[in-house]
Design a protein around this ligand. Structure first.
Ligand code: FAD
Length: 243
């Protein structure tokens, strides 16, 4: 065992992430393995994961919460839920099961190293104050999801610097943005937009041929296909949306 592992705090199980997966994992662990020690390490300052870091207006689930919710706490609200309702639900789970005492917020996992000699994971984290904090665990449970919560991905496109409109990302949605009268192009899968209640000002039209998704079609060969890019106004002749 090296020096850092000797200084580390040890848990039987180390869960990475306090999203819906990590909180569910913690709950099951507590119920089914009551003798095991565990910790949940979360980079953000609070629980929720996806439902905390995606902030555009009207954000909601697209699958029903009767199946998305936990078996141990059946969902009793409307089938489709807002992000806030999901966060409230998770908050209840945490409070009712006393999971909060197991969560360390502001701990970003930087690396995890397995030692077969020790049968041990050594996990390096950076605490929000910049301090490097070490943990060891017999079992590492990755519930980190698939988003980069610290900063959503925005590609670089040629000419982006000359674009005179506003480019916004679902994870950094400006709360004061006014879309009234604006032409809006959604780039990428518009599931997020589909999942939001579209602002009334944003009149969306499907443009087959411009790719991405929103409308589902069955082709003549019987294959299911999805097409769409949204635009609220005609394009200019150059093909660029006027904004
Ligand atoms: C608008 C929207 C609607 C959606 N609707 C649905 C739906 O209806 N049904 C469905 O099944 N899915 C839906 N999803 C997908 C959704 O992300 C997942 O279903 C689910 O919430 C993922 O939960 P998770 O806990 O696995 O991951 P996340 O919610 O991503 O949580 C992971 C957590 O791990 C933390 N973390 C990550 N890396 C580290 C690290 N290195 N150190 C410490 N902590 C870390 C993150 O900060 C985060 O809090 C939707 C997604 C979006 C954006």
């Amino acid at each position: 065992m090296d020096d850092s592992a000797q200084r580390a705090e040890h848990f039987d199980v180390l869960i990475v992430g306090a999203g819906i997966s990590g909180i569910g994992g913690a709950h099951h662990l507590q119920e089914q393995c009551p003798g095991r020690s565990f910790v949940v390490l979360e980079a953000q300052a609070g629980f929720g994961g996806t439902w905390r870091t995606h902030r555009y207006p009207g954000i909601r689930s697209d699958s029903d919460l009767y199946t998305f919710g936990y078996r141990f706490k059946p969902w009793v609200g409307a089938p489709i839920a807002s992000a806030q309702a999901i966060l409230d639900y998770m908050g209840e789970v945490i409070a009712e099961a006393g999971i909060d005492r197991h969560i360390r917020y502001g701990h970003t996992v930087l690396s995890a190293r397995w030692s077969s000699a020790e049968n041990l994971w050594s996990v390096e984290t950076r605490r929000r104050d910049g301090e490097i904090v070490m943990f060891t665990a017999g079992f590492l449970w990755m519930c980190q999801g698939y988003y980069r919560h610290s900063e959503g991905y925005t590609p670089e496109w040629p000419g982006m610097d000359r674009f005179q409109g506003q480019i916004v990302h679902p994870q950094t949605w400006p709360q004061d943005i006014d879309l009234a009268g604006k032409n809006v192009v959604v780039i990428g899968s518009p599931t997020s937009l589909r999942r939001s209640e579209r602002p009334a000002a944003l009149r969306l039209r499907s443009r087959p041929g411009l790719s991405t998704t929103t409308t589902k079609k069955t082709t003549s060969e019987g294959r299911r296909s999805r097409t769409a890019q949204f635009s609220s106004a005609p394009r200019s002749r150059t093909g660029r949306s006027r904004s």
